[in-house]
Design a binder for this molecule. Structure first.
Ligand code: WTA
Length: 646
């Protein structure tokens, strides 16, 4: 492949208003250029200075940056604690009694925690963890609903130097067991249940089912959320509220090395096993803090709302660590956008007078489908800035967001980044950049991307190719937990000396990036990464299945849908058996991996060397005529048969 063809032609541009630019943290093209060039020419100097002025150290670091990618280390010699960045230092200021988290539960219950109150809860839970035997360096899994206790547990882990591993509540018992085993987690924090569209997600029951397969877990802490009865095993399971009564509210923060592991977050890669992306303390915190301030232009008076689930990286960096390290007010919401009705998000914006709103393209496509009458019922005039993340946004969805939600007055920051990058990498700075619908525009200071061909040669403007990073940044992943070789192979093995993001993109003549999507076997379903291999493995583990190939296809709401081509072992399965296969995938991975289509085929199209021709399958799944080369196809009749089934 020399270049990937891009078909998108988009010429609209929206400069920031002078009023917005005037007060923005980065407020002019000159200022941006100056910061960006300085960081490019001297990353150690640029980030080192910020780390000195923006982070609070127990002991200052000696070396800002050491080594090249993939093994760059940051701020060596320093001692630091992430919970101090987020809490303690605000207690010395007027922010002590400012709302840190405003929480709204799905049924409409609410809670507000000031910085001081949050600090107290965090210290108490840190003491609970210690009492349960958790030590610095241990792993603690959090499998929780979107309740304040989740943020409290994260910060409590960081306070004592335990590494948290959050598992999104939509994952199944099997997925929990895999992750607990990989991380060798000692404690799991969960809840009796979580609310999702009026129904209960049986979190504790899922944890119970996972434990026989995950022997490293010694203790389980259960938050009471839904009040549903759950089994509590003596000496293993404890109620959160009971433990919290037995501890005091003082907990000295652990003085940790800059490179101390802060958290592991599992994400899907192009092979079956999920990857435990590991982030460390000082570099990640600096990235989360600076990118939040630059991109969301956070001000003390803002109410900021990121609608992501904390189970994903977006929630880690932009509900908890980023906003709190800036002393911002972060709104946290447990429920869904269409429960009890499709006006829920807009009702919340009106109720709390939200100023900054960060959501995903898949949600925006759903809002469009539900109709303008929902947002129009509410007063959205408090909004001053909008953001998106997770997948490319279609220009028309961008325009709708701009018009209907932003009232044509709010800049939109389309933020490109990944679990691995820890923080936003490419995004408009809202006071600087003219936005373009569908483009994440330009790299932030400290980020030096390039578009290259599959040999690593830079491509010219507007030629589609692979998106890479040419320079290290402090908030990049350090390894894949327990598998450093896989880390090197996955991100640095393809192109010498470059971080390969796995995305295809082009850069236009203004230096703006247009991300086209994954070029590997990773699907992006409603902004969630899923590995085709993982779904294939789940299918093949069912006794009916001989072979399976999974591909994505364009889906109106989800972005990408999941299409499974399945070769059965015997006769073509019945409709009932087809349903059973779908349920099997849900059980193995979770509801988020539910196949949209299962197509049975006596065999799969393969090259003579035996490789499944996924490109062909993608065309068939999308209902397209394949224009690609089929000369290496082993058996033409397979293709004809698959098409007949369309
Ligand atoms: C995709 C989410 C286009 C991309 C923070 C990336 C995007 C993957 C954008 C990472 C965007 C994320 N425009 N594509 N603004 N943001 N992506 O790890 O394919 O869940 O590689 O991190 O989402 O997904 P992840």
């Amino acid at each position: 492949m020399s270049s990937i063809k891009s078909v998108l032609q988009e010429t609209r541009q929206f400069p920031p208003s002078p009023e917005f630019a005037k007060d923005a943290h980065i407020s002019s093209e000159e200022q941006y250029q100056q910061l960006w060039n300085r960081a490019k020419d001297n990353p150690a100097g640029f980030w080192g200075e910020l780390a000195q002025t923006e982070l609070e150290w127990f002991k200052p670091f000696e070396t800002a940056m050491e080594g090249q990618m993939p093994d760059t280390k940051w701020f060596l010699g320093g001692k630091i604690n992430a919970s101090v960045q987020c809490l303690d230092r605000h207690l010395k200021t007027w922010r002590k009694n400012k709302a840190a988290i405003i929480w709204e539960g799905e049924p409409g219950d609410t809670r507000t925690l000031t910085y001081q109150q949050l600090h107290r809860e965090v210290c108490k839970f840190a003491n609970v963890l210690k009492k349960l035997g958790v030590q610095t360096g241990d792993r603690v899994t959090l499998y929780m609903p979107m309740v304040p206790e989740l943020a409290i547990a994260m910060l409590a882990c960081s306070r004592i130097g335990a590494t948290h591993s959050i598992i999104f509540g939509g994952f199944s018992a099997d997925a929990i067991a895999d992750r607990n085993n990989d991380a060798q987690a000692k404690v799991v924090v969960t809840a009796d249940g979580g609310w999702r569209r009026g129904k209960e997600v049986p979190l504790k029951t899922n944890v119970d089912a996972s434990l026989p397969k995950a022997p490293s877990v010694e203790k389980v802490v259960v938050v009471r959320r839904t009040g549903t009865p759950v089994d509590m095993v003596p000496d293993r399971d404890y109620w959160w509220h009971e433990l919290m009564e037995q501890v005091d509210a003082d907990c000295e923060p652990a003085e940790l090395d800059s490179e101390h592991p802060l958290f592991i977050l599992y994400t899907s890669g192009s092979t079956g096993k999920p990857k435990g992306v590991l982030h460390t303390t000082a570099g990640y915190m600096l990235g989360a803090q600076m990118t939040s301030r630059w991109v969301f232009d956070l001000k003390d008076q803002d109410t900021y709302w990121c609608t992501a689930d904390i189970g994903w990286i977006t929630g880690h960096s932009y509900i908890v660590y980023g906003p709190l390290s800036n002393g911002a007010t972060s709104l946290m919401f447990e429920g869904a956008p269409n429960w009890p009705d499709e006006g829920r998000f807009w009702e919340i914006i009106e109720k709390y007078q939200v100023n900054i709103f960060y959501t995903a393209p898949t949600a925006i496509r759903a809002f469009i489908k539900w109709g303008d009458q929902w947002p129009q019922k509410y007063d959205l005039s408090s909004l001053r800035l909008l953001g998106t993340v997770g997948e490319p946004i279609n220009p028309e969805a961008w325009m709708w967001y701009h018009r209907v939600i932003g009232g044509e007055r709010c800049p939109i920051v389309d933020t490109w980044w990944q679990t691995e990058t820890g923080g936003i990498m490419i995004s408009p700075l809202p006071g600087v950049q003219s936005t373009k619908p569908g483009s994440c525009t330009r790299p932030l200071p400290g980020v030096v991307p390039a578009i290259v061909d599959d040999k690593g040669n830079p491509l010219e403007a507007n030629q589609g190719g692979l998106l890479v990073m040419t320079q290290p940044w402090p908030h990049m992943l350090r390894t894949l937990y327990g598998d450093h070789q896989r880390f090197k192979d996955t991100y640095f093995g393809k192109l010498e000396g470059l971080y390969f993001a796995g995305d295809g993109a082009r850069k236009d003549e203004d230096g703006c990036y247009w991300v086209m999507g994954r070029v590997d076997d990773v699907l992006n379903v409603s902004g969630h990464r899923l590995s085709t291999m993982e779904i294939e493995s789940a299918l093949v583990s069912h006794p009916l299945v001989a072979e399976a190939a999974v591909v994505g296809f364009p889906h109106e709401l989800k972005g990408e849908g999941i299409c499974c081509f399945v070769t059965p072992k015997g006769v073509t399965p019945s409709d009932q058996e087809k349903k059973e296969l779908i349920a099997h995938v849900r059980k193995q991975i979770g509801a988020l991996a539910t196949p949209d289509q299962i197509r049975f085929t006596p065999s799969l199209p393969k090259t003579r060397s035996g490789k499944i021709m996924r490109r062909l399958l993608r065309d068939i799944a999308a209902g397209k005529e394949s224009s690609g080369d089929t000369t290496t196809l082993e058996d033409y009749t397979v293709l004809a048969k698959l098409r007949e089934e369309d």
